[in-house]
Write a protein that binds this ligand. Sequence first.
Ligand code: PGA
Length: 272
Amino acid sequence: MTASPRTPLIAGNWKMMKTRPQAQRFVADLAALCKQGCNTAVEWLICPPFTSLDAVSSVLSQVPCPVKLGAQTMESQPEGAYTGEISAAMLVDANVSYVILGHSERRQYYGETNATVAAKVQAAVAAGLTPILCVGETLEQREGGMTDAVVIEQVTEGLALLQNNKASMTLALAYEPVWAIGTGKTCGAAEANRVCGLIRSTLADVLSPQAAQATRVLYGGSVKPTNSGELFATYGLNKGDIDGALIGGASLVASDFHAIGMSVQVPAACAV
Ligand code: PGA
């Protein structure tokens, strides 16, 4: 892989965890750690539950390195009678710039399909949000030799409604093998890189070679400070196809989240 302008993205997916005071405590802890050392070469992102978006947003300026705010899902419709849902415009209004879409837990527990995910991706991009489209195979699919076919299909169908919108598109993807999420089983770094490369080549086919080179492809699934070094040192920026991580469990602990971000490159002192 040749040199690229991609900035590594370190994204924390808090799932249905943390009340507002707990969320603000996390930000205070992260701020203290970043004052001691902060990797400004990466983009930091926290995706709390909807209820904590405002609480996190109001204290993010405490962190000396820029940290962005993300959401974990959204509705594709712009507004209306969709009880319990949140629109892209509401997220923008809440200072959100990223939204995780098509996470395997949304697909598994809430019936999201490639078609519903595609509508959300389209609505997110139209509103100026950067979607993080999650793809990945189940254990059964992996053992059945279907990993590549599943991933190619999820990427192709998930982006199907973007094809007329190439020029203005911002996008990230995350390869999250379902069997590695929250299980402690990490995908081997070489295999994670291979599938991230497959996602990039699919992007080149579905969108354009330029879009494929500009788009961050993250790995997610039991990323921790103990394994992030190998992922990034061997297959990170300009070496492979892993442009960052989508982190669940380890993103709930400020010191772990900070350590993972610091492992991406040699840390530089943070300019406060
Ligand atoms: P995990 O979750 O890091 O706890 O495996 C990752 C995710 O679901 O995004």
